[in-house]
Design a protein around this ligand. Structure first.
Ligand SMILES: Cc1ncc(COP(=O)(O)O)c(C=O)c1O
Length: 367
C-alpha cells in the first residue's frame, strides 16, 4: 500500500535522541546505567515542585488551562514584562516546530549553524523550506557568515546560545556587530535553552534587545537547569503580535497541568537555580581538570555539557562507555566525528566517567 505522504516527510531523517537508560540495561544486560547524553539535571528537581505534584493527581481528569495563566503571571512579574509577550508549549522543541509553522512557506529559507540543535533543520524541511547551514568558525557560530547568507527568501535565523553541541557562547559585542544588518522581516530566534548556566559577563541580554528588535523571539526551556525534562515545558518571549500568531498554531492543550504548575513554582525557586548553577560551574572546572590530566582537548563550555576531542574514532569509545554503563553522545551522530559530548553528572559520575574514558581510549589505541 502506497500512503500519500507529503514529500517533505518522506525526505525527513529520524531524530536520534540520547539512548534511554532502560534500553542500555536491556541491550548490555547491566543493572546500573548513568545517562550523560541529553543534558539533563543531575541534581533533579526543586523540592518545592516535587511536593506540588502529588496533589495534582486528583485533577488529571480535567483539561489544563489552555492559556497557562499562572505561569505567565509569575514570569511576567519576575521579568517585569507584559503577560502577552509570553507563549508556552510542550518543550521548546514543540515551539521550534510552531515557529516554523507560523513563518515558513515552501521554498523559503532559514539560516542556522551547520552544527547546532538539529530540530531547526528538520522543522524547516518539514515546511518544505530550505535549511541553509553555515559552517562553524573555531567551533563557534560564525555570526558574520550567517548574516551574510540572508537573502530575500530568508525568513528565520537561528542563534543557539550557548550552542548545542559545542557549548560556547557568542558575546554581546559579537551580536551587536551583526544585529543591525538583519532585516526586520527576518525572525531572529535566540534559543537560550542553556542560558541559566552561563557565567560569562559577555553573554547578551536578549530581553533588553527585544525592546529594539520586534523581530526577535527568545526561546527558553524548563528541561535543563530547572530539571523538568520529562514534564515538557518550554516558553518564548516576543512581541505581542508574534505571540498572537504563535498562539493560533500551538496545540490548544499543549502544556499539561503538571508541567504548568511545576514550571510556575520552579521559576520562582531562585535558591534551587543558584544551587544548580554553582554546582554546574564547579563540575565544569572539575571535568576540565580531568580532561587535561588525560591529555584531551575540549571546547570551553558555558552550558551543562562539554564537547571533548577523543583523538581518534569516537565509535569504539561510545561502545566501551555503554558496555560500562555510561551513555554519552558520540560525535559521529552530531557531525563531529572524533569528539564526544558529555553532560555533567554528579561529582561521582563525572569522576567515574573520566576514568572509563581514559580506559576506553587506551583500549581503542591498543587495538
Ligand atoms: C538548544 C536546544 N534547544 C531546544 C531544546 C529542546 O528542549 P525541550 O524541548 O526539552 O524544551 C534542546 C534540547 O536538548 C536544546 O538543546
Amino acid at each position: 500500500m502506497e500512503y500519500r505522504v507529503r514529500e517533505e516527510v518522506k525526505k525527513l531523517g529520524k531524530y536520534v535522541s540520547g539512548k534511554p537508560i532502560d534500553e542500555v540495561k536491556r541491550e548490555y544486560g547491566i543493572s546500573r546505567v548513568v545517562k550523560l547524553a541529553s543534558n539533563e539535571n543531575p541534581l533533579g528537581t526543586s523540592d518545592k515542585v516535587k511536593k506540588l505534584m502529588v496533589d495534582l493527581v486528583n485533577e488529571m481528569n480535567m483539561y489544563p488551562d489552555a492559556a497557562s495563566f499562572d505561569f505567565k503571571e509569575a514570569l511576567s512579574n519576575k521579568l517585569d514584562i507584559n503577560r502577552n509577550m509570553i507563549f508556552c508549549g510542550a518543550g521548546s522543541d514543540s515551539l521550534i516546530n510552531v515557529i516554523c509553522g507560523v513563518f515558513l512557506d515552501k521554498n523559503d529559507e532559514s539560516i542556522m549553524a551547520e552544527i547546532t540543535f538539529p530540530r531547526y533543520e528538520s522543522n524547516t524541511k518539514l515546511m518544505g523550506a530550505k535549511a541553509v547551514k553555515i559552517p562553524l568558525k573555531n567551533n563557534a557560530l560564525d555570526l558574520e557568515a550567517m548574516v551574510e547568507a540572508i537573502n530575500d527568501k530568508t525568513k528565520i535565523i537561528w542563534f543557539c546560545n550557548p550552542n548545542n553541541p559545542t557549548g560556547g557562547i557568542f558575546t554581546k559585542s559579537q551580536l551587536d556587530r551583526v544585529l543591525n544588518r538583519i532585516p526586520s522581516s527576518v525572525i531572529i530566534v535566540m534559543d537560550e535553552a542553556y542560558g541559566e548556566y552561563v557565567t560569562s559577563e559577555e553573554y547578551p541580554n536578549s530581553l533588553e534587545l527585544l525592546k529594539y528588535y520586534p523581530n526577535m523571539i527568545i526561546l527558553k526551556t524548563l528541561s535543563k537547569a530547572y530539571g523538568l525534562a520529562s514534564l515538557r515545558f518550554g516558553y518564548g518571549i516576543a512581541n505581542e503580535k508574534i505571540v498572537d500568531y504563535m498562539n493560533r498554531v500551538i496545540n490548544a492543550f499543549d502544556v499539561n497541568l503538571f508541567a504548568q504548575k511545576a514550571a510556575t513554582v520552579a521559576i520562582q525557586d531562585d535558591e534551587f537555580l543558584s544551587k544548580v548553577k554553582s554546582f554546574n560551574e564547579e563540575q565544569r572546572e572539575f571535568l576540565y581538570g580531568e580532561f587535561e590530566k588525560i591529555g584531551l582537548d575540549f571546547i570551553k563550555s558555558q552550558a551543562n555539557f562539554i564537547m571533548v576531542n577523543v583523538n581518534g574514532d569516537d565509535k569504539p569509545i561510545h561502545e566501551y562507555l555503554l558496555k560500562h554503563g555510561y551513555i554519552i553522545r558520540p560525535g559521529y551522530l552530531l557531525d563531529m566525528p572524533g569528539w564526544i559530548r558529555v553532560s555533567l553528572g554528579t561529582n561521582e559520575q563525572n569522576l567515574e566517567f573520566t576514568n572509563l574514558l581514559k580506559e576506553a581510549i587506551e583500549e581503542r589505541d591498543r587495538c
